[in-house]
Design a protein around this ligand. Structure first.
Ligand code: DAH
Length: 350
């Protein structure tokens, strides 16, 4: 009689389980069969009404029923969960054809930009980038460049000396000091072709002069170097930086470490040479100093001027950046104001 009840519940359970199409229904069934008042649970309390000889069989049937339910429950649960996961995964499929979110790239300081522009050009012409220290000896910065102590041309570079070194060391006032270092490091190693960009220091401060600024120095030492090589090089350089239409002219000048020396002008990039307020109606703008390395400078650094010649040039990178990017006040370059720097944001094609 009681066994019949077990069979009935078994039958009912079979039908119910077919309907358990989602987790909610499945859990409802768990309550219905195995909950506190669940059909299978209640069967346990019937055991006391069952004659002793049938108890064992009844017990086994109830256990079997409970195991059936549990097995079914576990399998179905796994099946439903993995179906759910698959559905989620297929919905969340990543569309790799969608354009990605733009990541804002930082800006390069205009000085870094212009320095890289010069370096790239010169490296492409076989030069190496040479770096010298910012703390330099008076000997390298001046004496070996033909500016002995007391030379009046030192006044133009009134600079920062270190007191306790008996004024023999200073923050370099010109990258021309790299000429001395490059020559002395390369004696007997063949021709020299270097550019040296870097910081220099002078006791200056106004809209177009800062106590710290940047120069780039160029030096070529070889046999059979002439002023034509210098002019050709500077033409390539200025066209690269300021545009193909730029023309270059030499004016005689004086620097203690070059002979002959020239001041180099370029056609005004604002008016194209017609005359405007930037070029003070001359059509030309002065951009750098240059010349043939003075025989005494070659000799002092160990080169025989009868065998070797060279040219050198030096220019202010800040000045170049100011021209190129239209920056009116040199101090903004070093001011760390983001409104200024952000104007140099990299474009995607850079
Ligand atoms: N050093 C010079 C200055 O700071 C610039 C210069 C002039 C460099 C002539 C040179 C040069 O190499 O040949 O004013």
């Amino acid at each position: 009689m009681e066994n019949k009840k077990v069979l009935e519940i078994k039958e009912l359970m079979k039908n119910d389980l077919v309907d358990s199409v989602d987790m909610n229904k499945l859990n409802d069934l768990k309550v219905k069969y195995l909950g506190k008042k669940g059909l299978i649970t209640l069967l346990n309390s019937e055991i006391k009404n069952i004659p002793n000889e049938e108890k064992k069989e009844f017990g086994m049937m109830v256990n079997e029923l409970r195991n059936d339910f549990n097995n079914y429950y576990e399998n179905k649960k796994q099946e439903l969960e993995s179906a759910l996961l698959n559905e989620k995964l297929s919905k969340e499929a990543i569309d790799i054809t969608l354009p990605s979110k733009k990541i804002k790239r930082g800006s390069l300081n205009p000085m870094t930009r212009i320095t890289e522009e010069f370096e790239d050009l010169f490296v492409s012409m076989g030069y190496t980038v040479f770096e010298g220290p910012e703390l330099e000896s008076d000997e390298n910065c001046f004496q070996k460049l033909n500016l002995p102590k007391g030379h009046p041309a030192r006044d133009a570079q009134d600079t920062f000396y270190l007191k306790d070194e008996v004024e023999n060391y200073l923050l370099r006032s010109q990258t021309s000091t790299a000429q001395v270092r490059a020559m002395e490091e390369n004696i007997d190693k063949g021709p020299i072709r270097i550019v040296c960009p870097g910081k220099v220091y002078r006791r200056d401060e106004d809209a177009t002069h800062s106590h710290q600024f940047m120069q780039i120095e160029g030096l070529v030492i070889d046999k059979n170097i002439s002023m034509a090589d210098l002019k050709g090089t500077l033409e390539v350089m200025m066209k690269h930086v300021l545009g193909e239409k730029t023309e270059v002219r030499f004016r005689p000048s004086y620097f203690p470490f070059t002979e002959p020396s020239v001041e180099v002008d370029v056609t005004c990039f604002k008016c194209g040479g017609k005359g405007c307020n930037l070029c003070k109606d001359t059509g030309w703008i002065e951009v750098l100093g240059a010349g043939m390395v003075h025989p005494d400078v070659l000799t002092m650094s160990g080169y025989d001027p009868n065998v070797y010649q060279g040219f050198a040039f030096g220019t202010g990178l800040d000045r170049m950046a100011m021209f190129k990017y239209g920056i009116p006040d040199i101090r903004t370059i070093y001011g760390n104001d983001l409104r200024f720097i952000n104007q140099f944001d990299r474009k995607d094609d850079e």
